[in-house]
Ligand binder design. Sequence first.
Ligand code: NAI
Length: 494
Amino acid sequence: MPAKTSIALAAGDGIGPEIMNATLDLMKCAGVLEQVEFIPVEMGASVFATGNTRGMTDDAIKTVESCGVLFKGPMETPKGGGGKSINVTARKLWNAFANLRVFRSLPGVETVYSRAGVPVDFSVVRENVEDTYGGVEHRLSSDTVQCKRLITAPGCDEVHRFAFQTARKLGLKKVHCGHKANIMKMTDGLFLDRFRATAKDFPEIESADVIVDALCMNLVVKPQQYQMIVLPNLQGDIVSDLCAGLVGGLGFAPSANIGKHISIFEAVHGTAPDIAGRGLANPTSLVLSGIMMLRHLGLVKEAANIENALLVTLESGIHTSDFGDKTKPAVNTFEFSRAIADRLGQKPRAGAVPVPDANEPPRERHERPHGQEVIRTFKGIVTSVVGADFYLDTPLSPIALAEEMTRIAGDTPFKLSLISNRGTQVWPTGSVYTECVDYYRVRFELKDGVAAGTIGQSRTVALMDKIAEKFTVCGYELLRLFDGVKGYSMAQGQ
Ligand code: NAI
């Protein structure tokens, strides 16, 4: 008999243990436990309570890394006290770079679309590691704080490739890229450029882009026009919860966090402290996430069986107290999963999933990395220094600041070319209507006659040193050309 596949299991907090027990019982009834072994790991509130700010023990980390798959219930994020969200930590720690969520109308789950006879069935892939979720934040002045938004070419490539590969696997015909590249031309611009580059490798799949605000409206007005949407992290976070609303709420949206080495399958909703321990929780989201996990592991037969049984159960009107026909009594968490188990082998009237004769071979694991690898998309690019932006904490007016900066730059290779405040140009020209705060950007570029590439970075650092004698420099960005193309944006109004 082949060895069983090992899966790390963290039941979670609040309603986590209730919905996890119900889901595991269902998996046992479906014969899953003959092929997989669940290894419990310690994560969540009980670990935070010991002072561990990561919320997971070293043993838990080792087990997840050796299994390559974590099945988890919702976990409480401690409020204050330095404890970070386990969900974000886990995705970043193990580079689970793509968050895949499937949104599908389910029988018995009434929504405005089901009432209107509009079927909803599409997927969202959210980049899971970068963007503002890097959590690189600073207080820059008394009145100003900053969160750095990092978007990288390798990060974009990984998530776009995953989106197109998933679309190909699911037989989808079109992938949309959601973005805000009209405003954030460099960050979202890169996300969109890499989407277009990746699309070329999937010629059989149509690709298109859509600005995220228009996307939100389209999703509400006509969700059936989308099959697969890929988005940067924060936009993807917001859009995917909007999409959950289209199919009846977070309780019906499964989620997979896919990485090259480690993938995490979890319910989308939280720990529901208001109903925890009362047997009221709806296990559907976790059951659907478990189905995604079984497919990921090649257990496509069991996945299809459980999915069909869930659909039959919903069609029959059986429901927990959070949804369904209120004139019929609700069942509890365990009764709901047992109702699904009792219907294993049955086919729903609509949307039945074909049950394959055999499972797929288990996924091949990539070898554990020997060290941390630097992945690079663009190689051999020639860069040249053309100036620097300095960020200053100062209450001076733009004109007074310009006078000081012009004087300081006098005998350097740089001239002051612009001052902006909150991204809007306030010098050499500007508007009296622009309100300024105590945090400025001053931009220095090469004086006329000094050619790009003839000075090194050290000259910009020497200039910063001179400025720092009199001002608080709270940030510095080097201005460079990359193969002759400006690697920085213009100010608003420049
Ligand atoms: P929540 O999703 O736990 O609850 C929101 C509302 O939905 C509550 O009224 C709750 O009773 C209901 N609800 C949620 N899941 C349900 C289910 N399966 N069946 C029936 N009703 C359900 O969101 P909330 O209250 O904002 O967060 C509570 C805790 O969960 C927080 O500590 C938060 O950090 C954590 N959380 C964890 C997540 C995860 O582990 N993936 C995701 C979201 C929140």
